[in-house]
Structures are given as C-alpha cells and as structure tokens.
Design a protein around this ligand. Sequence first.
Ligand SMILES: [Zn+2]
Length: 463
Amino acid sequence: MKQYIKKLPKEVLQPFKFVRDLVPDYYRYGKVFRNVYNELEACEKLANFQHEEYQLKQLQNLLKYSYENVNYYKKIFDERNLKPDDIKSFKDLTKLPYLTKDIIRENIDDLISKNCSEKDLLYLTTGGSSGTPLGFYEDKKVAKSREWAFTTHLWKRIGYDVRKCSRFVILRGHNVKKGISEYNGRNLILSSYHLSDENIGQYIALIEKFNPDFIQAYPSSIDILAKYLIENGKTIHANKLKGIICASEKLYDIQRINIIEAFKVRVFSFYGHTEHCCIAGECEKNNYYHIQSEYGVVELINDNNEQVKEENEKGEIVATNLNNYVMPFIRYKTGDIAINSLSNCSCGRNYRLIKGLEGRELEQIVTHSGAKVSLTALIFAQHFYAFSKIQTMQLEQMEKGKIIVKIVEQQILDQKDISEIVNKLKIATNDGLDVDIQIVRNIERTKRGKHNFLLQHLNLKNY
Ligand SMILES: [Zn+2]
C-alpha cells in the first residue's frame, strides 16, 4: 500500500501529506513508535539494578543472535573459544574485541545478519567530518520509528509532547533549494549555508513570522543568530518558543550562554550519532547528560584501555547498539570522548550520568614540543574579550607547532584584539604555538552543513 501511494503524482500526494502533517507523532509513526515510546516511559524511573537487569537481558539476546546469524561474530567468538552464554556480566563483555570503522569497512558483508534480505536493509552513512565516511545498515522496517521514539522521549524534558503537533524551525544543514528557507510539512527549514551579515535580519524575521514551538539547530548556526540579536540589542518576538534543541556538534558553554541570553528559553542539548549505539540527553535539572540504557550498552574507556572509574575522568564512548539486529554493533569505538560523573541526579532517573562531551578526538592541537592540547582548553575554557567581535572562527593545523586561525568578523578586530587572541593561545600552550590570524569573509561548512572548529591535517596518533 505504502509503495503504491509513493508512486502517485505529486498533485495527488499533496492532500495526503497535508493531512499526515496534522497527525501527532504518537499516531503518525505507527505501532513501533508507540511501543518503544511507552516502554521508555515505563523504564524511566526504574532503579539502578532494574536498568542493569534489563540491559543485560537485551545484551545477551543480541550476542546470542549475533553468534548464530552473523559470520563476523561467529568467527570472533570461535577464535576466543567463547560462547554467548559465557558473557554473564557487563565485565565479561570486555572478552570481546572492539569494533572499529576500519573493521566495519573490511568486513561489511560478514557483519550483515544471514536472516536479512536486501529489502529489509536501510543503508546509512556517517558524515565523515571526523574522518572517512562510513556506510552501514539498519532494519528498514523499524529503525526510523524507533530512533524517533528515543529522540522525542528526550525532548519531553523541554516540553515536547508527542500527542500534539509542534512546529519547528530547523537550522541543521539541510539543503534549501531556493533562497534561504523552505517549508517541509509543519516545519520551516532554514539554510545553514547562507548565514551572512547581510541576511541575518531576514533569518530572524522568518523565525518571528513562523513563530515556532521549538528551534532545532546546530550550535554554531544558532550561535550566529544569538550573537546578532545581542549585538544589536534586539529581542526575538516568538511567544510560543519553548526551547532550542542542539545536537550534532558539541555545544560549548560560551554558545549556551549566548543562546539563552538572546532567545530567553532553555537550551537542550543531546548527544547521538548516526551509528545509533549511544544516545544521551541533558537533564532538565542540570546540564549533565543521562545515557539512555535501553538504547545501548555504553562503556567509557580511558587511555590505559580501562573503564573509567573516577569523577571527571574522561573516556572514549565504546557502545553496543541493543536494537540493530541486521548489522550488530558490539563494542563500537565512536571516537567521541565523554566526561564521567558518579553523581545521582535529583530528577529521580537512574540512568548513568556524564558531565558532557569533550568534542571529537580529533579536536586537539599539537604544539612545538609534540604535546596535544584540546580545543576546549585552548579556546573555549578561556575568556577572550575579542570573542564578542567574532562571528565565527576556525582553526587549521598543517604543521606541528603552527596554527592558522580563520576569523569571520562581527565587528572589525583591531590590533589589540588580534594580540589578545595570539597571546592567549601562546600562553595556553606554554609558547608552544606560532599563530597566524587570517580575517576571511566566510568559512566553508561540511557537506552536511556542520561547522568544523578545527581542520586537523596532522595524524594525531603520531604524537
Ligand atoms: Zn536527571
């Protein structure tokens, strides 16, 4: 039936689409969505041990299935003389090796379940902003509805209601065919590629006219609008706006402060990735993130290849997707670094907490001495007076100890501002960097419209 409808001419489809857009998510996305959403509601306030029991059961089901149906995992278990029943605890999971992007590329056919036919497979690719893009598969029948249920359940924390129709402004790297905006169902899509001094006013006017319930944006894009509003002493007139939802790029504290000041609503950030092994959303009680345990088993692995134990200890997110049976991801190395927290949250949820994300592993600069300094330490943990005059910036490293800083100005930077930036970068690295400031008209975005704060051309593994 669905396929038949899809083949109808555009004019005939239009009324169908119009009616569909008036249906709230809870009914629009079908039974899979409702089942997952209801389960998440039921699990939300479980005790710690109940979450663990639930996860372990899901994990054991996945391991058993993978061993019996996926050639790659059959080989992995056999080589280690293991059977799925040998994995009795989360600690036992470490008997299995990591899954890396390279392993996936080299073994893609062997990683697909033997039970799947081609028509069941949904092909997805990662953006590749932190390396080469990766292609992989999920279950066409359930993947999107399931993912949407998890996502919208997190958004409930800032007032999103799946039983109502909310209107979104979306500023997340979509391609807009003509001009800077277009309508898609009940949402207004704005281009992330055309934000410039000349047309920011138009973006604001479009948002005000549309009067959305939520804005979903890349932090770097909404930050440009926020700075414009603050700089020009303007207030946004959007009286329905409940919150701004950020994802896909790290939300830096300085951006959060700007966005709240300009839009006067809560900013909600959540972490997710295309491979769907880990999803974590901010709590409404603080800015820590709860890792959603029904989604995946998450390990945080430190540089010594051990699970992190301490408060504030950093570790790479290594995660097992509990729901992808067509191409299981077991102990997948995401390359993303999270900051551990041992706190209990006052909201009553017992999901594991992280303080936040450190940014991509690649977000490090190499000084003259070969030391690696994170972008956070170098830029975002420092206060620069000149920041208020900068619309956006990008760092590029091609040689050890040298950095190019490209800046799009909000206001003209004078010599004092330039010296401030250069000196602070030098001090933060113990004079370990030569800094070349370049004022540019714009900074190119990635294919998906994301802004890269750092173009790192060095191979960090060599340092
Ligand atoms: Zn909480």
